[in-house]
Design a protein around this ligand. Structure first.
Ligand code: VG1
Ligand code: CO
Length: 559
């Protein structure tokens, strides 16, 4: 087979966001658009490209198979030696990370727009992960973006036909060089790894009720990529009954829903849990890196609490008994519950910008074991992505080890540490220009000394502004700096409000407002977070003039 150089022209805006390049499918279908971006990924690898191996897979959404085909043809033409491709193009994001690490490839290409809807009229995305298995850091994505602005040609081998529906190895000769595609079982390596990390026997006993009542679980894969993983792990390995898992057939359009595990978009799961038959519920997003944990009657565990609880209960997870817990971390807007666990355990805690790529260096340096984001992301240094299935197995291990319900675990946690009440308001798909103005106005407040010490009151509650800043982060390992990562209004009592613009949308602007307040008084612990935080929410909305700028009276999603 022979490869060719095709002439092309740059497209505007091929700038990877928080987690890869995300656009409407229609945009990726534009002639040369996908090819251009794939070439940018490969060209940005420069020295390590020729002769390398890469992993390719995605969440199975519409356009995944087409993208895999383009990537195979272009990798062959660009001197890649071998591709490991998930069967039918299916690999969850955490599984890609797992395979990159186990097979020691130079990286991987992940095809997903995560929790964004899928289908011909919805979204698609492409993300590059580096050799440690994690999302490419800013230095790499900036290089890709720079290349995209001047690209004039790409290389492709159009005649190469590869069937990715059957597991096995296919050999090709391209430009007189050998090129191999190995189609791999989408779940095998990952399942083996989970069995090393967790005590499956203990979880089995919990589900069976060997030491008491059987635990009935309900897992909602939301027609995303986790379906086959859920089937293999929860139904086959752990022996959960067939009615324990729903929506486990991956669909190209996720059944027409947002595959986003939160109280709004996973409403069916919440409703089923409220009926009270199940003691544990969980949902995942399209690409399997996010998770939502619910207890009996839909008792909601905030992701900020979830990661803190896991960090506090590592004794029940064999992986941590073996490797120890070196440090903890959260993204900046995430609630600070995990900081308290780190303090008690005497380990370091890091606050990084939003996006999993900022955890990788700390893990590689042996300073970080468990971390999370408020956006339903939880994970550890077992791989370099957040991992939904891992989080559920961690929770089940804790329930088994402590012989408690989800709610009891939380109450016990708050009893020890106090409760960090947390909520997030999302205003999705707003007009960009006024939102940018709002952020600029907030940014200007950073320099306004008269705001420091200012009292803000609502409904009998008063807060004092201690500091307003725009979060900047210096990576302690390589010294790289990320600026303007979100406006923080820090109150004198430790309460916080954060404003950010989303970096994962495919059009318009999404404003996120994060509100957090700490309570040590046990009589508050069982209160509704929305009630407790209401005054601070109102103060934050008026400080930012959010309703005026966005034109929205209510958020799209409250978490
Ligand atoms: C969102 C979340 C962020 C997460 C990112 C990717 O980003 O807030 O915490 O890391 O999505 O998650 P943003 O920029 O829209 O706030 V996923 O599941 O899309 O890989
Ligand atoms: Co995701």
């Amino acid at each position: 087979l022979t490869s060719y150089t095709k002439a092309t022209k740059p497209f505007e805006g091929q700038k990877p966001g928080t987690s890869g390049l995300r656009k409407a499918v229609k945009v990726f279908e534009t002639e040369h658009y996908t090819e251009n971006f794939v070439q940018c990924i490969l060209s940005a690898m420069s020295g390590s490209l020729t002769g390398c191996s890469l992993v390719v897979g995605g969440d199975g959404r519409y356009f995944c198979k087409k993208a895999v085909d383009i990537i195979i043809k272009m990798c062959a033409a660009n001197g890649v030696r071998k591709l490991l491709v998930g069967q039918d193009g299916i690999l969850s994001t955490p599984c890609v990370s797992c395979v990159i690490r186990q097979q020691q490839t130079a990286g991987g290409i992940v095809l997903t727009a995560s929790h964004n809807p899928g289908g011909p009229d919805a979204d698609f995305g492409i993300k590059f992960n580096i050799a440690n298995g994690g999302p490419a850091p800013d230095a790499v994505t900036n290089k890709m973006y720079d290349i995209s602005k001047t690209i004039v040609e790409y290389r492709i081998c159009p005649e190469l036909q590869c069937d990715i529906s059957k597991i096995g190895t296919q050999e090709f000769t391209v430009d007189n060089r050998p090129f191999t595609v190995e189609v791999i079982d989408s779940v095998g390596d990952y399942v083996t790894y989970m069995k090393e990390i967790f005590d499956f026997g203990a979880i089995k006993n919990l589900l069976r009720g060997t030491n008491g009542q059987p635990l009935k679980i309900l897992i909602d894969a939301m027609h995303g990529v986790t379906g086959p993983y859920v089937r293999r792990i929860f139904l086959e390995e752990l022996g959960a009954s067939l009615n324990s898992a729903v929506n486990i057939v991956p669909l190209e359009n996720f059944g027409g829903h947002h595959p986003d595990p939160n109280l709004t978009y996973a409403a069916d799961l919440v409703k089923a849990m409220k009926e009270g038959d199940f003691g544990f519920g969980a949902a995942f997003d399209g690409d399997g890196d996010r998770n939502m944990i619910l207890g009996h009657k839909a008792f909601f565990v905030t992701p900020s609490d979830s990661v803190a609880v896991i960090a506090d209960n590592t004794d029940y997870i064999p992986y941590f008994k073996k490797h120890g817990v070196k440090g903890l971390a959260r993204s900046m807007p995430t609630g600070c519950a995990i900081d308290r666990v780190a303090e008690k355990k005497g380990v370091e805690v890091f606050e990084v910008p939003t996006g999993w790529k900022y955890f990788g260096n700390l893990m590689d340096a042996g300073r970080l074991s468990i971390c999370g984001e408020e956006s339903f992301g939880t994970g550890s240094n077992h791989i370099r992505e957040k991992d939904g299935i891992w989080a559920v197995l961690a929770w089940l291990s804790i329930l088994a080890g402590r012989n408690m319900s989800v709610e009891q675990v939380l109450l016990s946690h708050w009893g020890t540490y106090g409760r960090n009440f947390f909520t997030r308001y999302d205003y999705e798909n707003c007009e960009s220009a006024p939102c940018n103005k709002m952020m600029a106005a907030l940014d200007a407040m950073c320099d306004d000394a008269s705001l420091v010490g200012k009292e803000l009151s609502h409904d009998g509650k008063t807060y004092n502004i201690a500091k307003i800043d725009n979060f900047a982060y210096t990576d302690p390992i390589d010294g790289s700096v990320a600026k303007k990562q979100g406006l923080r209004v820090l109150m004198s009592d430790g309460s916080r409000v954060v404003f950010r613009l989303s970096g994962t949308g495919s059009s318009g602007a999404t404003v996120r407002m994060y509100v957090e307040s700490y309570e040590a008084d046990p009589s508050t612990f069982t209160k509704d977070a929305q009630d407790v935080l209401k005054p601070l929410v109102e103060i934050a909305l008026s400080l930012a003039n959010l309703k005026e700028y966005t034109g929205r009276q209510e958020p799209t999603v409250i978490t």
